[in-house]
Design a protein around this ligand. Structure first.
Ligand code: SAH
Length: 268
């Protein structure tokens, strides 16, 4: 080990750095949005952070796939990777545990990248992690990512806004307050984490101003091997999704913009 500050060369058992114990220099945490699963949709700043990292704390969804694809494309990432989404034989690490892992690693003086699917601040708990680390005195940088809420509909040729068709969009998780979402078919709704409760969401929204005939698209596993588009209406989509065994992860788009998709000719 070279002690650069003293210029004394390799430190010995009696050297000053040993007397001080382990290095007390704080590391850093960079929250990086991995994008929706395609390495091409990682930002350049995100890629640089990954290349500079000592350790990458990665989520299961999206993040691992992007790391694998970067390797396939010949990018060298030497950092240790800690998978907090799915450790072999373990359940996903709970959020408190992830926060603590980030702080512990940074306290070892390491450059930590926290790699999250899509954008870290869209249903990603990124801000919670940032605040936890900052409360522990660790500097945090945020590198935004391309959110699946926008990029996955685009795969199916669906824009979230279009002149004369929709001027507004709302990104929501499928929650109980879905009936409070205003607007009609010209107000696009994008549901994340919406597969399991799709029947309920469709039922509630159909009872409002959008009505039974409002177009709906489900795009499963965007950029992945199971990528598939299913198109129906608020009245038919739950049945269709069950018949086609639609599975998570999927983005659900509700509104007239769905009719702009080339897949819309297959509406049942
Ligand atoms: N922060 C992420 C969203 C996390 S919530 C982002 O900005 O994209 C996880 C949900 O995102 C999933 O349940 C699904 O609805 C959606 N999702 C993420 N990646 C996806 C993909 N490649 N294909 C389809 N849906 C995806």
């Amino acid at each position: 080990m070279t002690d650069a500050s003293t210029g004394l060369g390799p430190s010995t058992a009696l050297g000053p750095s040993t007397a001080l114990g382990p290095s007390t220099a704080l590391g850093t945490v960079t929250l990086v949005g991995a994008g929706p699963g395609d390495a091409g949709l990682l930002t350049l700043r995100g890629l640089r952070a990954l290349q500079d990292a000592d350790v990458i704390v990665a989520d299961r969804l999206g993040a691992r796939a992007v790391l694998a694809r970067l390797a396939d494309e010949g990018h060298t990432i030497t950092a240790e990777v800690i998978d907090v989404g799915k450790l072999p034989g373990h359940h996903p690490v709970p959020q408190d545990g992830i926060n603590q892992i980030l702080v512990d690693l940074a306290r070892q003086g390491r450059r930590v990248v926290r790699l999250k699917g899509g954008d870290p601040f869209v249903f990603g708990r990124g801000r919670e992690e940032q605040l936890f680390c900052e409360a522990a005195g660790i500097p945090v940088e945020v590198v935004s990512g391309v959110t699946s809420a926008v990029a996955v509909p685009a795969l199916a040729g669906i824009p979230l806004t279009q002149r004369g068709v929709a001027e507004t969009f709302t990104v929501a998780s499928a929650h109980d307050q879905i009936d409070a979402l205003g607007g009609g078919r010209d107000h696009t709704i994008v549901l994340l984490m919406g597969v399991n409760t799709l029947g309920h969401s469709a039922h509630v929204l159909a009872a409002g101003p959008r009505g039974d005939e409002c177009p709906v698209a489900i795009i499963e596993d965007g950029f992945g091997e199971r990528q598939r588009v299913t198109i129906g209406t608020l009245g038919t989509i739950a049945h269709l999704a069950a018949a086609r065994q639609v599975r998570s992860p999927a983005v659900v788009v509700i509104g007239d913009v769905v009719m702009l998709s080339p897949h819309a000719s297959t509406v049942v």
